[in-house]
Design a protein around this ligand. Sequence first.
Ligand SMILES: N[C@@H](CCC(=O)N[C@@H](CS)C(=O)NCC(=O)O)C(=O)O
Length: 213
Amino acid sequence: MKIHDVPGFPNPLRVRIALAEKGLTDQVQFVNVDLPGAEHKDPAFLAKNPTGTVPVLELEDGLFISECTAITEYVDNLDGNPVLTGKTPREKAVIHMMQKRAESELIDPIGDYFHHATPGLGPQLQAHKSPDWAGREDFGRRRRVKAEAGMRYFDGVLRDQPYVAGDQFSMADITVLEGLVFAGYAEIPVPGDCTALAAWRGRVEQRPSVQAA
Ligand SMILES: N[C@@H](CCC(=O)N[C@@H](CS)C(=O)NCC(=O)O)C(=O)O
C-alpha cells in the first residue's frame, strides 16, 4: 500500500492515526505531495483523486482510494476486526453519524475560515482555494463562528460519554481530534469553558497511535 500525503497535515493525520491503531504503519510506503506548491492540483494528481486533496491510498492493483473515511474503513476491515468503524449495524451507524458531524461542524467550517479569511497555505494554493470574490472574508468569519459552535457541541457530547461515539475510541474521535488540530493551524482557540472537550483531548493524545502519528 502507498499513501500520498503530507506529514503533519490534519487530514493525513487522520489516516496515519488509523494505520497506527491497526498496527499497519510499517506496511505503508508514504509518498510526499507538495501541497503549498499545489502539486495536488496538477493533472497527474487529479487523475488519482479528482477532488485534489490528500491523503490518497494507492493499492497494489492500482486502485486509488480518497476520503479519510473510506481509507479508514478499508484499513480497519483488513483484519476482519473493525474496531474504529464499528462491528454491529448500531455501532457503524452511530460512528458514521458522529464522524460526519465532526466534518460538517468542525473540519469544513474551519477549512472555510482558513482558506477564505486568512492567507491559508500561501499564494500558490490560494488561487485554487479562494479566488477573489466579494464577501469571501465575511463568509470565512461566519464559518469560524460555526466551528466554535461545533466545539461547544462536542464539549456537550463529551460531558455525557467518554468518547465521541460512545464508550469506545473510534474514527469519530480521530475526526474531532484532527478538527482541533486544524483549528490550531487556523488560530481558532477552543473556548475556555469547553472543559470536557479539553479533558478528552488530553486523554486521546496519550494514545500511542496519536503520539506516533
Ligand atoms: N474530505 C477529504 C478532505 C481532505 C483534505 O481537505 N485534505 C487537505 C489536507 S489536510 C488538502 O488536501 N488540502 C488541500 C486543498 O484542499 O487544496 C478527506 O477526508 O480526505
